[in-house]
Design a protein around this ligand. Sequence first.
Ligand code: 0RA
Length: 645
Amino acid sequence: MSEQSEYGAGQIQVLEGLQAVRKRPAMYIGSTEERGLHHLVYEVVDNAIDEALAGHCEEIDVTIHDDGSVSVRDDGRGIPVDTHEKYDRPALEVIMTVLHAGGKFDSKSYQVSGGLHGVGVSVVNALSERLEVQVKRDGGVFRHRFDRGEPVEGGFEHVRDLDAGEDTGTEIRFWPDTEIFETTDFSFSTLATRLRELAFLNSGVEITLRDEREDGGEADAGDEAIFRYEGGIREFVAYLNETRTPIHDEIIYFEDEAEDVHVEVAMQATEELQGSIHAFANNINTREGGTHLTGFKTALTRTVNDYADERGLVDDLDANLKGEDVREGLTAVISVKHPDPQFEGQTKTKLGNSEVRGIVESATHERLGTFFEEHPDTAEKIVHKAAEAARARKAAKKAEELTRRKSALESTALPGKLADCQTRDPEEAELFVVEGDSAGGSAKQGRNRENQAILPLKGKILNVEKHRLDRILENDEIRALITAIGAGIGEEFDIEDARYNKIIIMTDADVDGAHIRTLLLTLLYRHMKPLLEAGYVYAAQPPLYRVRYHGETYDAMTEEERDRIVAEECDGNPDQVQRFKGLGEMNPDQLWDTTMDPENRRLKRITVDDAAAADRMFNILMGDAVEPRKQFIKEHATEAEWVDI
Ligand code: 0RA
C-alpha cells in the first residue's frame, strides 16, 4: 500500500465518478428530498438482501443512530478486502468508490437489486459526509473510512483477527451529507414499511430496525421492530387482509420457475369492493405494472371462467366474467425474480421483459387450476363473488346510462359553487378544495383570482370506500369536484385533461378536518390515482397560532414552533398569542397571508410512495373493521403522519 497517497489514473477516475454523483444526485437516487434520503438506506439493505438470496445471510440490522447516521449490518460473506489488481487498492475501497463496481466482483448469476436503486453502495458513499465500514472476512476484522466519498488516507486497517466461530459480515454506517439533502431526518415508519415489505418478499430473512434517537422524530416511532416472515408473501396477503373480510380461509399460494425466472403468487378473495394487487420484480414495487401483472390478470380471468363454465356456475349471466369482476375484492401479491429485469415507464416501475408475461400466465393458469380442482369450496366462493360483481356492474351501467343526462359529468358546465381562476394554463392553476362555506367565502375573497380557484365543500363527502361507482356519482359534492378538475373519473380518468396541476385540500387542523381530508384523499386514491402519482395533490397547512411581538407577527404550525417563537423572537414575553380554531375564523387577508400566498404558505405534498401501505391505511380508516382502526389510530396518534402516505 505504499503508493496509496499518489493519485494514479484509476484514482482520478474514481474522483470524477464521485463528483458526477455529487453534482447530479437525483440522477442516481431519484431526489434529494425525503424519498432520496431513504433510498440511501434501501441501497445498502439491497446489497445485504442479495447476500441473503445467494444463501449467505440471514440477519440484517438497521439502526438509526442518535447523531443522525444510519448503520446497516448483515451476516453475509463480507465485502471482499483483498487487493484489487486493476486499481491496486483494497477491493473494499474500490467497491465503495467506483460506480457500479459491486456487481463485477460477484460470482452470483443473480443480482436481484436493480431498477430504482441498485446503483451501488458507492453512490451512498458519495452522498455521505462520512462513511465507515467494517468487514469481517478472511479471518479478520477490517475497517475503512471515507469523507464525502473519498477514502481517508490510512483509513483502511486490519483491526484484529476473527475469534474462533465468529461470524462474517458487513457493517456500513453513513452520515448523509447535509450539503446534498434537503432533509436528513430519517422516518422510522417509512423505513419500517419498506423493511417489512422486504421481509415479506424474502421469506426467512430477519430484518431488525432500531431507533436510537433521543427524540425519535415521530411521536409514533417505536424503538425496535423485527420483521421475519417464514411464510413470505402468504403472510403479506394475510397482513393486507387484516383489515378486510376474506371469503375463504386458506391463502392461495404457488411458485414456479422457468427460464431462470422465479415466480411467486399469493392471493385471497375478500368481501370488499376494492381489489388490491401488488406486483414486485426483484423486490421492487412495480407500481406501473408490467408483463408479470398482465400475465397474472389474463390467467386469473381465464382460470376462473374455465372453472365456472365447466360446472355451469354462471349460466344466468349472458357473458363471461370480466377481469374486473374477478379482481373485485381480491388481494394478491405477485413477486418475480429475474436475472436481468428491464424496468420501463415514467418512474421506471414497470416490468418490461416480454417473456415474463407467458411465464407468469402459464404458471398461474396451471397452478391455480389445480388449486381450484383440489379446493372446490373456495373456487365456488370466488366464482360466486365474481358473478355478483358482474351483475352489479351491469346494474351500475344501466343506472349510469339513465342518469347520464342529469349527470354533471357529461355537461361541460362548471359547478356553480366553483369560483374559478382566470388562467386556463393548468401549470399555473391551483384548485383549493375548502372545508365549509364560511372558509370558502374567506378563501374566495382572499385569493389571487388570476390562478387560484376555490371549491367549497359542504360537510363530509360520501365515504367512497363503501360504495360502488354508481352511488359515488350520485353525490353532488363529489360530482362538483370531478367536474371542476375536469379529467373524469375511474377508468375514464385522463390526467392530461386536469384543469389544475395543484389540487390543494384546505381543511381545519382538527379531527373533523382530518376526517374530511381523508375522505377526499380516499376518493382521489381510489378513483383519480394518477393525480396523486403525478404529485398534483397537496394539503394546505394553516397555522395553529399567531404570535405578536413589538409590531411583528409570527405564525406557528405546531405547539413546539409557537414555543420556539416565544422564546427566540419575543424574549419569552409575547404581546399576544392567538390560537386559530378553524379556517372560518380567519379573515380573508389572514387566510391569504398564512395559507394561500405562495410566498409564505407551506404545502404538504401527498404522495403514494407505497401503494400497499396506502391501501391498508384507507381500508383501516374507511372500512368496516373497527378493531384495526382503533389500533391504527392509537399507533398513529399524530395524525399529521398518516396524511403523508
Ligand atoms: C461484492 C462481492 C461479494 C459481496 C459483496 C460485494 C457484498 C456487498 C455488501 C454490501 C453490504 N453487505 C454486503 N455484503 C457483501 C461477494 C463476495 C464473495 O464472493 O465472497
